[in-house]
Each structure stands twice: as C-alpha cells, then as structure tokens.
Design a protein around this ligand. Structure first.
Ligand SMILES: Nc1nc2c(ncn2[C@@H]2O[C@H](COP(=O)(O)OP(=O)(O)O)[C@@H](O)[C@H]2O)c(=O)[nH]1
Ligand SMILES: [Mg+2]
Length: 386
C-alpha cells in the first residue's frame, strides 16, 4: 500500500494532483481543510490536503514511483528466496528418497539372505537325515545336486522335501518281482552269503505262489553242505505241501528240472557262499550258468542280502556274486535295523532292480514286494521310522 498526501487550493485540485501521480486507481482516504498559521493566515487563503492511497502492483502504464519499484523488488527477492528454498527442499527430498530406496533394497537383500540361509539349513537337515539312515554320502550328494535347479527358485520347504522324496523314489526304480505264467516254466535261483535268509525266503515265496496265486510250485536244494539245511527246507516243503528234490551235481539238477515238467515255478535253494572263498563261488557259478534248461524254460537269479550287513561288505558281496547274471535284489532282516539306506545304496551300486523285502522269521507272512514309497519315507524319517 502506498499512502501519500497532496495539497491544493480546492479538494478537486488536490485529487487531480493525486491521480496524476498515482494514477486513476488512487483512492482518497482523508480530506482536511488547512489554515495557514501566524501572520500568513491574514494574507493566504485556506487550502485542502488530501490523503490518497494506492494498492501496490496496480500500475500498468505510466511512470512507476520509486517506492513502488522498491516494494516490487522486495517481493521478487522474497519470491526468489522462496523458490530457492523450494528447490533446496526438493533436492533434499530426492536425496532422502534415494536413501530410503537403498535402505529398502538392503532390507530386502537381508531378508533374501535369511531365506537363503534357512533353505540351506533345511537342505543340510535333509542331507543329514539321509546320512543318518545310512545312505552313502556319494548318493546323498547326488540327490541334493540333482535338485539344485529347483533349489535356486523354490523357497517352500515342503516342496523341497517332496522333490528329494521323488528323487529317491526315482532312483529306487522299477521293482522286479517273480512273474509266473501258467504253462510257462520258470526256474528261480536264490543266491547269497550264508545265513542271510535264502532258505526262509524260498519258503515264503513258495507259500505265496502256491497258496495265494495258485501256481504249481516245486523246490530244489543244492545246499548239501549241512544236513540241517536240507532238513530245514524239507520241513517247510511239507508244511506248504510242495515237492523237494536234493541235488549234488549239475547233472542231478538238470534231471530234477526235467522231472518237474508239470510245475510252473521251480525255486532253487543254494548253499551260502562266502564271497571270500573263490572255490565255493566257482561251484555256484557252474550250477547257475551251466545248467541245461533248454529254450522253453526261463531262468532267473536273485541275490539275497541282509540289511544287517555293513555297506562295505555288501559291496564286496555284490562284486563277487555280480559275476552271475542277476535279475533282482532281495533284502532280508528289515525288522532288525532302523536304517534302510543300504536298499538305495545297493540298488545304485549294482544297477539291479529291487525285488522283495523280508521283515521277520515268520513263514509265509514276513515278506513283501519292495515298496519304494515306504523306503523313501524311511530314508527321510527321523530314526528311519516306517
Ligand atoms: N529277523 C529276521 N530273521 C530272518 C529273516 N529271514 C531269515 N531270518 C533268519 O535268519 C536265519 C538264517 O536263515 P536261513 O534261511 O537259514 O538263511 P540261509 O543260510 O541264507 O539259508 C534264520 O534264523 C532265519 O529265521 C528276516 O527277514 N528277519
Ligand atoms: Mg539255507
């Protein structure tokens, strides 16, 4: 606001002066009639003084008074300050935002690291579980390595565990059982070390085929080293009601098979061979490989192993018996161990299919076809739980 006083002989003259200087927008805010003082009062006439006011920034044309220009400059300065303040504030905000972004990123990275650690620990746990259940380190590592691509993107622990479980089942592979067709003779040898349960397993299998599958079963035993061994199988043969022939030579064996012409499944018990005794083993190879069965009769051979045997010994046994063409692996004494890792180990070490699993001394009940789901679960369970 500009306020200024103007004088004139009359009010109109003073107003005119005001409008000339301040422009037509000037407003008269006060009018005073003034008298001269002292002697001058006698010679001079009264005059009028007005106070005119003008809002700033109204000037459009004409000369702008100095004080108005000053005020204008002040405002501009203020505006400039305001603008630079604003600019500074914006700059600060940008810096702040960038800092916040970096912080968020760091937080996210930390969370991801935490998850990664958690995952690593979980995988380690799964690995340890396999080792505790006596899976060979080599195979446990292989399994973990094979799910690496899934581990890179997956964070859900259940999914990871399920993938390991699936891998184990895949590795356990297709199960091979003894398959017998009517009028299609099959001769099946069970071989393996002493005392693993060959004779007991033969009795169990014979009973299952005869009683549950209605297959004509006959037995031959070539285990003539111990009288007790023959007697043992004789007892089972009587109970199950199947014929049994005892043979001492390959010729006798061939003859026995001939005489069993009408039987669909002939199960052959063999003497337990120490894998350390080469001569004993040669005898067995001779029997299994050189027997003359003719083209009509199918021959199969299964290696019987006890789950109570150490992995190292099992590997040696496999090295020795592996010289025979083998169709599958039978494991016994599952009931005497909590660790089934060797089922997977031997399957992978030999490349042979898994067949049967015996879990007790009781004939005919304690045997079943290998169940890969059960083995995989047990391998991943605390204490090999089944
Ligand atoms: N706990 C247990 N014992 C078994 C099993 N299979 C066989 N056995 C026992 O192991 C011992 C030797 O069995 P045997 O059939 O004579 O073995 P072989 O020498 O291989 O013929 C016997 O006392 C059997 O009762 C099994 O699955 N579990
Ligand atoms: Mg025996």
């Amino acid at each position: 606001m500009i306020i200024k006083k103007f004088q004139g002989a009359t009010e109109a003259e003073a107003v005119l002066k005001a409008k000339e200087e301040l422009g037509s927008s000037a407003v008269v805010v006060n009018v005073k009639t003034m008298k001269h003082r002292g002697v001058a009062r006698l010679f001079k006439k009264d005059y009028v003084e007005i106070t005119a006011a003008l809002e700033e920034k109204i000037y459009v044309t004409g000369e702008i008074p100095q004080n108005v220009v000053k005020e204008d400059n002040a405002i501009e300065e203020k505006l400039d300050t305001l603008q630079s303040l604003l600019e500074n504030k914006m700059k600060e905000d940008v810096v702040h935002m960038k800092e916040q972004e970096a912080e968020e990123k760091e937080k996210k990275r930390k969370q991801e690291n935490e998850k990664e650690n958690e995952k690593e620990q979980f995988v380690k746990l799964v690995y340890n579980q396999m080792i505790k259940n006596e899976v060979d380190e080599k195979y446990a590592n292989q399994i973990i390595a094979e799910i690496q691509s899934l581990l890179r993107k997956e964070t859900n622990m259940d999914t990871i565990l399920a993938a390991v479980y699936q891998k184990i089942i895949l590795k356990l592979g297709q199960i091979k059982t003894i398959h017998v067709e009517e009028d299609h003779q099959k001769v099946v040898f069970l071989v393996g070390p002493t005392g693993v349960g060959k004779t007991t397993t033969i009795a169990k299998i014979a009973a299952d085929f005869k009683l549950n599958k209605d297959i004509k079963v006959a037995l031959i035993t070539a285990d003539t080293y111990r009288i007790a061994a023959v007697e043992q199988l004789k007892t089972y043969a009587n109970i199950i009601d199947v014929p049994l022939k005892v043979v001492y030579t390959v010729e006798e064996f061939n003859q026995a098979v001939k005489e069993y012409e009408q039987y669909d499944l002939i199960l052959v018990d063999t003497a337990g061979r120490s894998h350390k005794n080469a001569e004993q083993c040669e005898e067995l190879y001779h029997l299994v490989e050189d027997c003359n069965l003719g083209d009509e009769i199918e021959k199969e051979c299964y290696l019987v192993l006890s789950l109570t045997t150490k992995y190292k010994d099992l590997m040696r046994i496999l090295d020795v018996f592996g010289k025979l063409a083998m169709n599958g692996l039978i494991f016994t004494k599952l009931d005497e161990t909590t660790c089934v890792g060797n089922v997977l180990n031997l399957r992978l070490y030999s490349g042979l299919p898994l067949s049967y699993l015996a879990d007790g001394q009781s004939v005919p009940d304690d045997i079943s076809v290998v169940n890969p789901q059960m083995i995989a679960k047990s391998i991943l369970a605390e204490g090999g739980e089944r």
